[in-house]
Write a protein that binds this ligand. Structure first.
Ligand SMILES: Nc1nc2c(ncn2[C@@H]2O[C@H](COP(=O)(O)OP(=O)(O)OP(=O)(O)O)[C@@H](O)[C@H]2O)c(=O)[nH]1
Ligand SMILES: [Mg+2]
Length: 333
């Protein structure tokens, strides 16, 4: 392993000592796209000891469903159970909004002020792939700083949920009480990755609708294939009110039960191993792309696109020619 520079060593030591400022600075380093920062971020993350007893919780739901309010309530519950909690976000759309958590830190009023909580707005800008990589590295940093529970939040836009489910151990899907018609609105793929569906806002006028919605989703989940290693009843649907706090402790119990079972059965480890391999493949693709772009000029790409557009060259032949150019460039002749 490469030796860390003295400033990086200090940063790592402060991080391992649980200093919030060091954690913030380390995440900023991980989020930077500057080449030297990237290299330092990689060295730092690689130098960290693995945190075995951490649990990573994915949380998703459409805008306004109550993710922030739920995180405030559920986060309080997690901390009350003796954990330290970090909240991160994957939000590729934040190019526009500049970070979703920051805007509603007011919704997480109590959590923000809790010394056992660390809340970080989503990194702004970049592709989903880039944001996902940075979030994965940030999870490692949070765990190294002693946050043994990490919530990774994402707004429901399809792809980002899949990315989050590939970096977390359990996945919560937050839904609003709604008529039966809206069941179809939740994509099957999202239902399939959910371990627990929480129908939020089960209070006041919405309480009865929430109960019905829960039953609808429970029925839909029963039709789906159970994942290996799951305890009886999972995936499951429950109701909660993030504002009144009802159902929140139950969510805490269910997550603990599921996680304990998966640890005992070996599913937890297998899932993490599978995630690591699949991130290696993703990283390989991204790095190949980068190496290729460095070797083959943009002009050449434009030229090939032109030939393919006009039908003067088939897509396959153009790809072959590009690979040939790449090989030539790598040989340096
Ligand atoms: N009645 C009721 N309202 C809730 C509950 N949870 C959240 N809300 C309200 O729903 C609205 C949206 O809540 P947020 O927590 O900001 O929702 P969000 O999912 O974080 O929204 P985005 O960050 O925009 O995606 C707010 O007005 C909340 O007060 C709940 O349990 N019951
Ligand atoms: Mg929010």
């Amino acid at each position: 392993m490469t030796k860390l520079s003295p400033p990086l060593t200090r940063l790592r030591d402060d991080l391992l000592a649980g200093q919030r400022r060091a954690l913030s600075r380390a995440i900023t380093l991980v989020e930077s796209s500057r080449a030297d920062h990237r290299e330092n971020a990689r060295l730092l993350v690689e130098s960290l000891p693995a945190c075995k007893d951490g649990l990573r919780i994915g949380l998703s739901g459409t805008p306004g469903v109550g993710k922030s309010t739920f995180t405030e309530a559920f986060g309080g519950e997690i901390i009350a159970r003796g954990h330290r909690l970090a909240v991160l976000a994957v939000d590729p759309s934040s190019t526009l909004t500049g970070g979703s958590i920051l805007g509603d830190k007011t919704r997480m009023d109590t959590l923000v002020r809790n010394p056992a909580a660390f809340i970080r707005p989503s990194p702004s800008g970049g592709s989903l792939g880039g944001v996902a990589r940075r979030t994965r590295e940030s999870i490692a940093l949070c765990e190294a700083a002693g946050y043994d529970r990490v919530i990774v939040e994402t707004v429901g836009v399809g792809q980002s949920e899949i990315a989050v489910s590939r970096m977390t151990d359990v996945f919560l899907l937050l839904l609003a009480p709604a008529g039966g018609d809206e069941l179809q609105g939740v994509k099957r793929g999202i239902m399939e990755i959910a371990d627990l569906i929480v129908v939020n806002k089960a209070d006041g006028d919405l309480a009865a609708t929430a109960k019905r919605t829960r039953a609808d989703y429970a029925a839909a989940l029963r039709l789906m294939r159970r994942r290996d290693g799951d305890t009886e009843g999972f995936p499951m649907a429950v109701t909660a009110s993030s504002i009144e706090g009802t159902g929140i402790a139950e969510v805490g119990d269910l997550i603990e039960r599921l996680s304990a079972t998966r640890l005992a059965s070996g599913y937890h480890d297998r899932q993490r191993e599978g995630q690591a391999v699949s991130w290696m493949e993703t990283a390989l693709e991204a790095q190949l792309q980068q190496v290729f772009e460095q070797a083959v000029s943009a002009d050449t790409m434009t030229e090939m696109r032109g030939l393919v557009k006009t039908g003067n060259l088939s897509p396959e032949a153009a790809a072959e020619r590009l690979i040939e150019r790449y090989r030539v460039a790598m040989r340096g002749d």
